[in-house]
Design a protein around this ligand. Structure first.
Ligand code: EPZ
Length: 424
């Protein structure tokens, strides 16, 4: 198994390019199931475990896929299967994204329920509600969602999402684009990754209006085509890299990312005393000598993203004062707290609110990753901890970051990947 070994205390300094976005790549790859012939060429696809897992799932369905130099080529002309098995869905919850397109393409889909993850249950009731509203008959048996279109085609409808759901919005969009008639999605997720999916579907020939807003209107079309497309940059990886400069009192420029995709995070960095400047496709950050405690509450876009909450918590361990961190999307997304406290942080949890008492000097030790963003948080803490920090089980990190240790060492960090054995 892999670990990252970090000798802390080095300032992050320099310019680095962000990778392609994981959370737009996954629904975009799923949407290739909607084109009955042709070959897709999708650029800026990150080389991540989750992308490889999703590609494995599509190959299981019969797609032909090749991937090199961050370019994914996909043909779904010869699909031969409409079942997403438990063994693959369990590895990655986003596999549920095949439900909508398979239903639209074949009129039937059988997808394993994803189960939970490290920070709590991950229900899919909104995905199911959307498919039923579009005219699917759904039965749940033996841990599988079995979906069948009642007539010969999904029917346009109005779907009111009671809460904002990125995944359910994506699935509903992919089911609606070839449905009969008009579909209106109210309280749709407006995350940049959904905007990217809309642009991809539109390039394929879909008819979507309201892109980038919380009300999406889809006019069903008869056919979608394979296209070439460029994925967006990863705003969460960019935010994590910015945090690496902030926590080490350094300075950084991250290129590629669109500043507007990170607006709430950039505002938080500024409130914490960082100097932030940006252009159309880069963000620069210079850390202050003294970081200021800054409260954040994670909410749907454009609010502060839950996927940056753990990274922010690591930063606040070095800020002067007490900061309050609330996650309104995943109330229990706090598995990183015990590990941060083992490094010397002082963080309490009071009723779904984390209270970070800073600044606290951190001392390196072995820490265990529990999920993707918790791993990133521990890497950030290791960059500033004195002595050596070993972040174990970095397979979590590899799901969502393209060899982040190479990027950080190019920016001055003393970090390397190593192997280790776990006690059985
Ligand atoms: C996406 O997950 C992201 N994953 C997550 O990023 C991200 O944390 C999350 O959106 C929120 O922004 C991908 O895009 C692959 P949701 P998703 O549906 O779609 C509840 C990362 O670190 N909900 O927007 O699964 C749910 O429990 C990952 O890259 C229901 O109740 O999230 C949560 O409280 C982690 N019923 C809220 O909605 C449903 O049917 C938002 O979840 C679906 C969701």
């Amino acid at each position: 198994m892999d670990k990252l070994v970090i000798r802390g205390g080095k300032r992050i300094s320099g310019t680095i390019a962000a990778s392609g976005s994981k959370n737009s790549a996954l629904p975009v790859i799923a949407a290739t199931l909607l084109a009955p012939d042709g070959i897709f060429t999708i650029n800026r696809i990150p080389d991540l475990q989750d992308v490889r897992t999703f590609s494995q799932l599509l190959e299981h369905l019969g797609a032909e896929i090749s991937f090199s130099e961050n370019i994914l080529r996909v043909s779904t002309s010869n699909l031969r299967n409409d079942e997403a098995p438990y063994e693959l869905v369990k590895k990655m919850r986003a596999s549920i994204y095949v439900l909508g397109p398979l239903l639209a393409r074949f009129g039937h889909a059988r997808v394993s329920l994803p189960g939970g993850c490290a920070f709590g249950p991950r229900p899919v009731d909104l995905h199911i509600m959307a498919m039923e509203k579009l005219g699917a008959e759904i039965t749940i048996e033996k841990g599988y969602i079995d979906a069948k279109v009642k007539g010969d085609r999904l029917q346009g409808t109005t779907i009111d999402f009671p809460i904002s759901s990125v995944g359910a919005t994506g699935n509903a969009l992919m089911a609606a684009v070839t449905a009969e008639g008009t579909t209106v999605l109210n309280n749709a997720a407006a995350e940049p990754e959904i905007e990217c999916l809309c642009q991809f579907l539109q390039a394929m020939g879909a008819n979507i209006s309201g892109i980038g807003t919380m009300t999406l209107v889809v006019e069903g079309v008869d056919r979608l085509n394979a296209v070439s497309f460029e994925n967006i940059f990863d705003r969460i990886e960019a935010g994590t890299l910015l945090a690496s400069a902030a926590i080490t009192r350094g300075e950084i420029t991250v290129t590629g990312v669109r500043p507007s995709h990170l607006d709430s995070v950039l505002k938080a960095f500024q409130a914490a005393g960082c100097i932030v400047t940006s252009g159309s496709d880069y963000v620069s950050l210079t850390a202050p000598e003294k970081l200021l405690a800054t409260d954040i509450t994670a909410n749907p876009y454009p609010s502060f993203p839950t996927d940056m909450q753990a990274q922010w918590m690591a930063l606040m361990t070095q800020a002067d004062g007490t900061s309050n961190i609330i996650d309104k999307i995943y109330h229990e997304r706090f598995n990183h707290i015990p590990e941060l406290n083992r490094l010397g942080a002082h963080i309490d949890i009071r009723e779904n609110q984390a209270v970070v008492h800073g600044p606290k000097a951190l001392t390196g030790t072995k820490v265990m990753s529990t999920d993707l963003r918790a791993s990133a948080c521990l890497v950030l803490a290791g960059l500033v901890a004195c002595e050596t920090t070993e972040v174990l089980r970095v397979y979590h990190l590899d799901r969502g970051y393209e060899r982040i240790e190479r990027k950080l060492s190019a920016l001055g960090a003393d970090i390397e990947r190593d192997r280790y054995q776990e006690f059985s």
